[in-house]
Design a protein around this ligand. Structure first.
Ligand code: DC
Length: 242
């Protein structure tokens, strides 16, 4: 056991926030630093969306909801630990790359608003997290999936800065979109995620808010370490490796 794993208790950390605030990058780093299991709940919604696209029940700007549910029910979507992080698999196929593409991003928000899809994903997330010592990111982790999570973090950042970060990522992946399109997509997703009737994105009353518009990743980890130390009365600061 390293110093870090000894000092930080076996808790559930819920990380929620707006699209492209760097939730997963942050959560992955915290998981590596403190030996937590990282689970990306958005990846599950993306996996369902990909399966719907591949089955042809999502096409031409439309989601055939009635046809999507029987496609989703038998899906073997699960996470595997690989290269020091968690990757989403559909059966024995790693779908990490496909679920991050532009097409999935276009449809994932309305797919995630379907109550049956949310229930299905929530059941899976509870099962995956059963072992504890988990950091999970999403939109409703601290409010709905794990309302009793010991630590809740809500991430936000300036929309233009978020769009610039996401645009750079997409360009690096060879996806040809403009900054304006990316900004419009993320503002649309923010709006839909915050206004849907089932489990809308909102800040839990007991969440710690991190605005990372001007923060580096290192500063984010130092910030969370300070929060953990204060909340759990840890006097000795674990040594960070990042
Ligand atoms: O975090 P992300 O961009 O990969 O999430 C993809 C979509 O899934 C996003 O539009 C909102 C939705 N989502 C959700 O509704 N609830 C979650 N817990 C996680 C993601």
């Amino acid at each position: 056991m390293t110093l870090n794993t000894m000092n930080v208790p076996d808790i559930i950390i819920a990380v929620d926030g707006y699209s492209s605030t760097g939730k997963s990058t942050f959560a992955k780093l915290v998981a590596a630093e403190f030996a937590f299991l990282y689970l990306d709940s958005g990846a599950m919604y993306r996996g369902v969306t990909l399966a719907g696209l591949e089955a042809g029940v999502i096409a031409n700007g439309k989601i055939d909801e009635a046809a999507l549910l029987p496609v989703m029910a038998p899906l073997d979507l699960h996470f595997q630990q690989e290269d020091g992080t968690t990757k989403l698999y559909l059966g024995d196929r790693c779908i990490e790359k496909e679920i991050r593409g532009w097409e999935v991003s276009q449809y994932v928000s309305p797919v995630s608003a379907i109550p049956q899809v949310r229930n299905w994903v929530d059941d899976k997330l509870h099962a995956f997290a059963a072992g504890g010592r988990v950091i999970m990111d999403g939109r409703d982790i601290g409010t709905t999936v794990f309302p009793n999570a010991e630590l809740k973090i809500f991430m936000t950042a300036d929309p233009l800065v978020r769009a610039q970060r996401r645009h750079e990522e997409l360009l690096a992946k060879g996806e040809n979109t403009t900054l304006e399109e990316v900004l419009a997509n993320l503002q649309d997703r923010d709006y839909r995620d915050s206004h849907r009737p089932t489990s809308p994105l909102r800040q839990a009353a007991d969440a710690y808010v991190m605005d990372n518009t001007h923060m580096t990743l290192h500063e984010e980890v130092v910030w969370v370490l300070g929060v953990i130390q204060g909340k759990f009365n840890i006097l000795e600061a674990p040594a960070l490796s990042c």
